[in-house]
Design a protein around this ligand. Structure first.
Ligand SMILES: NC(=O)C1=CN([C@@H]2O[C@H](COP(=O)(O)OP(=O)(O)OC[C@H]3O[C@@H](n4cnc5c(N)ncnc54)[C@H](OP(=O)(O)O)[C@@H]3O)[C@@H](O)[C@H]2O)C=CC1
Ligand SMILES: C[C@H]1O[C@H](OP(=O)(O)OP(=O)(O)OC[C@H]2O[C@@H](n3cnc4c(=O)[nH]c(N)nc43)[C@H](O)[C@@H]2O)[C@@H](O)[C@@H](O)C1=O
Length: 319
């Protein structure tokens, strides 16, 4: 894999999705780099609006792009808002990738997701297993949109010589996560639910599914550090998985969250809720070879994530 060092110093760096969990972690991480940070609010430029995106890019012409903007959510959000997930994410990828090419961006990183891999692909999930089998139905629209973005970045590298790279993150968590009771991912959902149960003195907390699926979790500031590392050191068509290299059952994970939050009641399972993919553990050997490893343990990450949640915890459980 070609790994010429790409110089960020002095460059204009656009973080698409800068207000989101990953985007805000990228903004924190890039504060340690000598770059000209570029952001634009969604109210000013809706990245689903091609004309608005093309006009903005022609004016600003960012040299480097982290494409972290997307419509994102947990298993129920993906399974219920299927049209929104495919439309928004195809539109955002197509508009930003094309505009970056049209306006001479020197480098772009597209953020895919571990859900692009087949539901039953061999574990740990290797990057070359993409498109080798059926997807997990609950997030197929989102996964198809992400695969389209990946293929677009690859095609622009092939036809136009664009230095556009694709990274596949595992499940992420940390400050700035989405804590919506129904639409969030499991980490944010359980942090909130165990916190509210502790405050209310509830005797039991419900966890979705059977508790048997396994998931890998990466703290979002580690993710941002990996993204900056790869932007500087990686330049090729092959996908790069970004993960911690360790997975845990949802049942065991729930017990870890309860311990971090300080909840001592019972845990029950609502099997009417979907389990989704049985296991999602990424093969991170390419990332390791490129000189990066995660440094935040799950326990330490959850403590930091819980502290961040407590700073924004809604007053009523209905918010
Ligand atoms: N969270 C996770 O576990 C994982 C995330 N990823 C990927 O990482 C990236 C970031 O995810 P994450 O930070 O968790 O998501 P968030 O939902 O926290 O952030 C997404 C960001 O995208 C912006 N956005 C969404 N739609 C539009 C639009 N039409 N126009 C402009 N901006 C828009 C949002 O803006 P606003 O806040 O103003 O609405 C928000 O800032 C995504 O590409 C996601 O697919 C991949 C694997 C796992
Ligand atoms: C990153 C990845 O994230 C999504 O895939 P997912 O990993 O299945 O998402 P999830 O975090 O919502 O669930 C993980 C597991 O956890 C269990 N679970 C228990 N209790 C709650 C709970 O209260 N909420 C949620 N959401 N899940 C719960 C849940 O039943 C499932 O078994 C993709 O849609 C897509 O967005 C994507 O790319």
């Amino acid at each position: 894999m070609a790994n010429a060092l790409f110089e960020l110093k002095g460059k204009s760096v656009y973080v698409a999705g800068h207000r989101g969990m990953v985007g805000s972690a990228l903004v924190r991480r890039l504060a340690h780099e000598d770059v000209k940070l570029v952001t634009v609010d969604r109210r000013e430029v809706d990245l689903c609006n091609q004309a608005a995106v093309f006009d903005w890019f022609a004016k600003v012409r960012p040299q480097v792009v982290f494409l972290a903007a997307a419509k994102v959510g947990g298993i129920v959000a993906n399974d219920t808002l299927r049209a929104e997930f495919i439309y928004d994410n195809i539109a955002i990828a197509a508009n930003v990738i094309h505009a970056a090419h049209q306006n001479g961006a020197e480098k772009l990183m597209f953020l895919g997701s571990s859900c692009i891999y087949p539901k039953l692909a061999p574990q740990p999930l290797r990057e070359d297993s993409v498109l080798s089998g059926p997807l997990e139905p609950t997030n197929e629209p989102y996964a198809i949109a992400k695969i389209a973005g990946i293929k677009m970045a690859e095609a622009y590298r092939s036809q136009y010589g664009c230095d556009f790279i694709n990274v596949m993150p595992t499940n992420l968590y940390g400050p700035g996560d989405n804590y919506h009771p129904e639409m969030s991912h499991v980490v944010a959902a359980l942090i909130r639910r165990f916190h509210e149960a502790k405050v209310a003195g509830a005797g039991s907390v419900v966890v979705w599914g059977t508790g048997t699926p396994r998931r890998e979790f990466l703290y979002v500031d580690d993710m941002a550090d990996a993204c900056v590392h790869l932007m500087k050191t990686y330049s090729a068509a092959e996908l790069i998985n970004i993960g911690s290299g360790e997975d845990i059952t949802i049942a065991e994970f729930a017990r870890v969250v309860a311990e971090v939050v300080g909840y001592r009641g019972e845990i029950s399972f609502d099997t009417s809720r979907p389990d989704g993919t049985p296991r999602k553990l990424l093969d991170v050997s390419r990332l390791t070879k490129l000189g990066w490893r995660a440094t935040t343990s799950l326990h330490d990450g959850l403590k930091r994530a819980y502290a961040a949640y407590q700073a924004v915890a809604p007053v009523t459980a209905q918010e």
